[in-house]
Design a protein around this ligand. Structure first.
Ligand code: GCU
Length: 620
């Protein structure tokens, strides 16, 4: 509803703005949207002017800020940031007099009256700026859930759909010297053709949920690069650097001072320069040695200094090989729920707490469920030596027969890979979670798996699959034969023996029949407990029951010959509108090994012991 409105809005705005300016701004918008949704990479290493802080906001469930009473687009919508009508009377809105919300941050946990709000929220921020000559200026959004439309100084500059990936609005020529203002309409209304779709087992936290900043880059700027260690030659870093707006023959330099390694290359007609950087005595990145190097990239007047680790990841039969050696992924699934304060996690403090708990548990791996987390999470994983499964929210029952939905999945996949390609910690790109085994779904996700490999052939492709269960004379047999497995490098499977099926001891008499000779990660398993709720191990929701589930899971998991990783569900309790049982859930999914208030449940220590003693999984 909001999206098509803005397209119609442009038709309205055309007569009311100077065409030259509009076309330039539309050219800017077109540029922003045609080259790629995410134009800026390594954003946290670029100089930026933060727009974080208090923004004035207007709750707008009827989109009054856009439509008149005949549901026609207004030329004088809230994006005009007006105060007085033509007759000098006050308009029926006024950002300066309206309440503020903190950015970054979801609105649901900032105000009780917004806890369940699902709809349009208008944000407005005044800012002073002095655009530099011969530069592009972008407004960078770390993420905004779910649909966003952005205006600067009343000009429409960009729009974006997807709640967990960054996007950049080219505002060159729209931002002026001195006083400016930006208006953003964020609509978190779920839709059947969304990615994710209508049902999710997590809270639909809406708003400008991650950082917002202004970034200047030169006319020709580095907007994408891939630098990775060659699988065939550990003395060679290869890849490419893409320079937006570069003329063929433009020089690109890549250097790693600590290794005294430098290489030059020139941009071809595709704005890309292929890179071959020979290196000597490189220290390979791994969980035991999370070595990061300063990497300098330069082209023309643009230069970036990234911090990167170099390693290889591949499969050989049923083994996952890190730097050519088999590795077992001891892990846990993590939602981007902020410890203690709850709400959408984004801060350094949130990240340090969540990953600190994973390290304390003995993890060398985390599954960032079910969507790309804040970039701080993957940067920290690089620093801490935690391997990462990163996932787009192709979750449950998407409209797999709808080409427009496939386009959204592809867009979010591209944005996730573009942002995080430089993170050694990420070894797995996941294209889905628990999707129904239908022909349309398998076609859709096979396309996604192939696109993932095309965008990034240096990592592994996975997805979390549902498994079938058949009764046997002595217990049950789990069958993993989902046809999607043919498109994957690593098979993820979810199961909840002891919670959604059977008693905890059911795991003792469960066999596994996996129809793939590929590495398998048990991407979810576990049970719920309310922290501090104690009783016999036979009583559901007690910590003792949850711990008992884990005690029975471990020997069963060890009986799966292809098992190469586990990510228990879930590190910390997280909010979900699906979990309403008073006193035990209260809108939280309680399968956390730790409560949202940091209380470690007994099951945390069961899994911690198994990880630290390496009694779960193949010892390398
Ligand atoms: C599913 C799903 C999770 C969900 C979990 C649960 O496996 O992948 O997103 O939270 O089960 O039911 O707790």
């Amino acid at each position: 509803m909001f999206t098509e409105a803005c397209c119609r809005l442009r038709k309205i705005l055309l007569p009311t703005l100077s065409i030259a300016l509009l076309f330039s701004s539309f050219a800017v918008v077109a540029h922003a949207q045609t080259s790629d949704t995410t134009l800026l990479v390594d954003i946290d290493h670029r100089a930026a002017t933060s727009l974080d802080g208090d923004w004035h906001t207007i709750v707008d469930p009827y989109s009054t800020g856009l439509y008149n009473f005949h549901h026609e687009i207004k030329a004088d919508g809230y994006f005009m940031n007006g105060t007085k009508a033509y007759n000098g009377e006050p308009l029926e809105y006024n950002f300066a007099l309206s309440p503020t919300l903190k950015v970054p941050g979801d609105w649901n946990t900032q105000r009780r009256d917004l806890f369940y709000y699902e709809g349009v929220m208008w944000y407005e921020k005044d800012f002073k700026y002095s655009p530099k000559p011969n530069t592009h200026t972008f407004i960078h959004f770390g993420a905004a859930n779910y649909r966003s439309h952005v205006w600067v100084n009343t000009k429409a500059v960009c729009e974006h759909e997807g709640g967990f990936t960054p996007f950049d609005c080219d505002v060159t020529g729209v931002v002026k010297d001195g006083d400016n203002f930006v208006v953003v309409a964020v609509d978190n209304t779920r839709s059947a053709d969304g990615v994710p779709t209508l049902q999710t087992d997590w809270w639909n936290y809406g708003g400008l949920t991650r950082d917002v900043s202004l970034v200047d880059v030169p006319q020709q700027f580095i907007d994408d690069y891939d630098l990775h260690l060659s699988r065939a030659n550990h003395d060679l870093i290869e890849g490419y650097v893409h320079v937006e707006g570069a003329n063929p023959g433009t020089d690109v330099t890549v250097s790693i001072p600590e290794l005294h390694a430098t290489t030059h290359a020139t941009v071809g007609t595709d704005d890309r320069a292929d890179i071959k950087l020979p290196v000597k005595s490189l220290s390979l990145w791994s969980p035991d040695n999370p070595k990061l190097y300063k990497v300098n990239l330069a082209s023309g007047s643009d230069h970036l200094e990234d911090e990167m680790g170099f390693r290889t990841i591949e499969t050989r039969g049923t083994e996952i090989l890190l730097n050519g050696k088999p590795i077992f992924l001891r892990g846990v699934s993590v939602h981007a729920e902020a410890p203690y304060r709850t709400g959408r996690a984004y801060s350094e403090k949130d990240v340090d707490t969540l990953l600190g708990w994973a390290k304390e548990m003995g993890c060398n791996y985390v599954r960032l469920a079910h969507y790309p987390h804040d970039q701080r999470m993957t940067r920290a994983s690089d620093r801490l030596g935690i391997l990462v499964w990163s996932e787009i929210p192709d979750y449950w029952a998407l409209q797999f027969d709808n080409p427009a939905v496939l386009a959204k999945s592809k867009q979010q996949l591209g944005e996730m890979i573009r942002r995080d390609r430089d993170k050694a910690s990420i070894i797995l790109w996941s294209v889905a979670n628990e999707t129904p085994d239908t022909e349309a779904r398998t076609k859709y996700l096979t396309t996604m798996a192939n696109l993932t490999r095309q965008l990034d052939p240096t990592r592994l492709v996975t997805a979390a699959l549902l498994v079938k269960t058949q009764k046997t004379a002595t217990g049950s047999n789990k069958i993993v034969d989902d046809p999607l497995g043919q498109a994957l490098d690593v098979i993820g499977t979810n199961e909840y023996i002891g919670w959604y099926e059977q008693k905890p001891a059911g795991a003792d008499t469960t066999t596994w029949d996996i129809h793939y000779q590929k590495p398998v990660i048990m991407s979810e398993f576990g049970a719920a407990a309310r922290a501090g709720h104690h009783g016999p191990a036979t009583e559901r929701w007690t910590e003792e029951y949850q711990a008992d589930v884990y005690k029975h899971q471990i020997p069963m998991l060890n009986r799966i010959p292809q098992l190469r990783g586990t990510s228990a569900w879930v590190l910390m309790d997280f909010r979900s509108p699906m979990r309403t049982l008073p006193g035990l859930q209260d809108n939280f999914n309680r399968k956390g090994l730790i409560s949202d208030q940091g209380e470690k449940k007994q099951a945390f220590f069961v899994l911690q012991k198994a990880y630290k003693d390496k009694t779960l999984g193949k010892a390398e």
